[in-house]
Each structure stands twice: as C-alpha cells, then as structure tokens.
Design a protein around this ligand. Structure first.
Ligand SMILES: Cc1cc2nc3c(=O)[nH]c(=O)nc-3n(C[C@H](O)[C@H](O)[C@H](O)COP(=O)(O)OP(=O)(O)OC[C@H]3O[C@@H](n4cnc5c(N)ncnc54)[C@H](O)[C@@H]3O)c2cc1C
Length: 317
C-alpha cells in the first residue's frame, strides 16, 4: 500500500502540467543526476529521458556570471584572462585557510576567500535558508564547489537528464501494479488500520547490540568481563524491555497524543531509573555511606545492595 496525504503521487518531485500546457515542478525544480548506471537502467524501464544539464547564473553587481564559481566567473568579475592554472593560483591566494571547518562560512571562506563569500554566498544563503552561513553547518554550502575550469554545469554527475514526460508520469508507471494499492489524499494515521500484517519484527535490541559491538561501545563489568548494549546486565535488559514497550505502545498501537506522551514519559523515567538507580538510592542513603566515595563505590553498592551503575551508558548510549 502506498499512502500519501497529498492528493498526488511523486512527493516533492510532482510536476503537473499547468493550464498553459507547461510542466511545473510544484515543490521546486528537480534535476535527475547520478553516477549510478544501475539506477538509470532501473528507471529507464519506466521512462524515456530528455537531456538536461542544469546551469545557473548569479546576478553579481548587475553582471550575470556562472555559479558554482569557475574560470569564467573569476575572469568576468575581475576583468582577467586567467587560464585554469591561473584561476587555481588566484583562488589559492584569496582563500583564507581556517584551522577548524565548522560552519558554512568557514568552508566557503577557506575555499574562495571573504570577498567572493560576501558577493556570492552570504546574501543568497540568508535569503534561501533564512540564516547566516555562520549559523549553518559546513555541509550546507560545502556541497557547492569552486572550479578552476570553465565547466558551468551545476552538477558534474555522469548522468544528468529529465524524465521525458516528467517525474509524476514516471512514478505513476512505477507504481501501476495490481499488488500496489495507491491511497492518495489521506494521512497515514487515518488509514493505519487498513494496513494488515501478520507479524511485526522489532529489531531494536539486535540493532543496538550490533552497533555497540561494531563501534566498540563495550562496558567493563564488575567481574572484569565485557558486555555490550543489549547484553545481559539487568540494567541493559531492563532498558531494552522499556524501549520495546515504547516502540510497541507508541509507534505500533494507535494512541492519542496525550497517551503517547504519557507513555514516553514513563519510559524516559524508567530508563533514567534503570541506569541511575544506584545514584538515586545512594543519594537517599544515610550520610555515613556517602563519605566512603562516589555513589558507585563498593561501600555504597554494599549498603544499597544494588550493583554498580556500570550500564549507565547502556541502551541509551
Ligand atoms: C526545492 C527542492 C529541490 C530539490 N532538488 C532536487 C534535485 O534537483 N535533485 C534531487 O535529486 N533531489 C532534489 N531534492 C530532494 C528531493 O526532493 C528528495 O530527495 C526526494 O523528494 C525524496 O523523496 P521521498 O519520496 O523520500 O520524499 P518526498 O518526495 O518528500 O515524499 C514524501 C511524501 O510523503 C508524504 N507524507 C509524509 N508524511 C505522511 C503521512 N503521515 N501520511 C501520508 N503521507 C505522508 C508527503 O506528503 C510526501 O508527498 C530537492 C528538494 C527540494 C525541496
């Protein structure tokens, strides 16, 4: 079953034909570009293609120049006639290397210097994202390259084109199958009951275990053995049970908003208690016990008869 609350297929790529006969990308322009031949081969079963290479011009000081910045951009802006090596040297001269690349401002200033950053990126980014590049992660502007050659295509992927009849027509053909039911104009929660299944497999514990082993997130037990998230320490086991409860009750069964939040709260409190109960109990223990050390010291553990909170970083780590 394919459900979409919008009244059409193709999600953000939806491109209806308007009353004037022109095709519009309703949610913003979408260009198909990939290096993966198998993706093209697969989609070609559902669409023919028309060649399309995206080229963008920026209006800088009344002059239209290519963006991403390339040889043509630099020569036009500065009245130069640099070759490719010359543009490389120019960019290397104006770039302001930064010790740490954290924000979009960092990545661009380090690549093309402050002046080109101000002229090309700052205003555009503020308009597009409503935030200054200094407030955005480096990955946002980092994907826009600076080129030394005259390639003025926005993308450099091997395959760049558009579905001949548009994305909506392509997705229509992809999903036209007797075993695919398409339900449009309906939110998932309005129709969740109709989605029938025989079993639900909750892989949370196995996935957590796998991640903890793969990332080496081991915990040293009191007996000096190692255990991993989802292992057999009872704090971990309890946390996993709570997470399973959370998944089943909040995400699978249909609950109202208040009931969902209430259960979320119970689980959060349960996880905190599972992982910090020694600390909590020690805090309420007689003062004499605390003098011997931290809450997970041997003295505290003996007095509270709870094991050390070694799993405090377990399932929720
Ligand atoms: C302006 C813009 C330009 C872009 N340009 C490009 C580009 O040139 N090239 C490119 O490769 N990518 C581009 N992208 C990214 C591209 O749109 C996404 O990667 C792609 O649409 C993701 O497809 P999707 O099916 O995962 O999600 P979407 O296309 O977002 O579809 C998700 C659908 O799920 C529906 N939905 C969500 N929640 C529910 C619910 N509870 N019940 C029922 N339905 C629900 C929504 O209504 C939506 O139609 C662009 C994105 C934007 C916004």
């Amino acid at each position: 079953m394919l459900i979409d609350r919008r009244p059409h297929l193709a999600g953000n790529c939806y491109d209806p034909i308007g009353a004037d006969g022109l095709q519009y990308h309703q949610y913003g322009p979408h260009i198909f570009h990939t290096n993966a031949e198998h993706v093209v081969a697969y989609l070609s079963a559902f669409t023919a293609w028309r060649p399309f290479e995206h080229r963008v011009l920026a209006n800088v000081d009344g002059r239209l120049v290519p963006i991403p910045i390339n040889q043509t951009t630099i020569n036009a802006l500065y009245g130069l006639e640099l070759d490719q090596a010359g543009v490389g040297a120019f960019l290397a001269r104006v770039a302001e290397p930064r010790a740490e690349i954290r924000t979009s401002e960092d990545v661009i200033v380090a690549r093309v210097g402050r002046e080109l950053y101000e002229r090309f990126f700052r205003g555009y980014t503020r308009k597009h994202w409503g935030r200054d590049p200094a407030e955005l992660d480096a990955s946002v502007c980092g994907r826009i390259p600076a080129r030394t050659n005259a390639d003025d295509r926005y993308f450099t992927d091997r395959f760049q084109m558009m579905p001949a009849d548009g994305y909506a027509a392509m997705v229509e053909r992809m999903t036209a199958h007797p075993r695919i039911e398409r339900v449009l104009g309906v939110g998932y929660h309005e129709i969740a009951d109709r989605a029938r299944f025989r079993h639900i497999v909750f892989t949370g514990p196995i996935v957590l275990q796998w991640i903890s082993v793969a990332w080496g997130l081991d915990l040293i037990n009191e007996d000096r053995t190692l255990s991993f998230v989802g292992g057999y320490q009872h704090e971990q086991a309890f946390s996993i049970i709570l997470l399973t409860f959370l998944y089943i009750t909040v995400f699978v069964s249909r609950l109202g908003v208040i009931a969902s939040y209430l259960r979320l709260l119970i689980v959060a409190a349960g996880l905190a208690y599972a992982n910090y109960r020694t600390t909590i109990l020690a805090a309420t223990a007689p003062t004499g016990v605390m003098e011997h050390g931290s809450p997970d010291s041997a003295a505290t553990r003996r007095s509270t008869r709870w094991p050390a909170p070694t799993a405090c970083a377990c399932a929720v780590r």
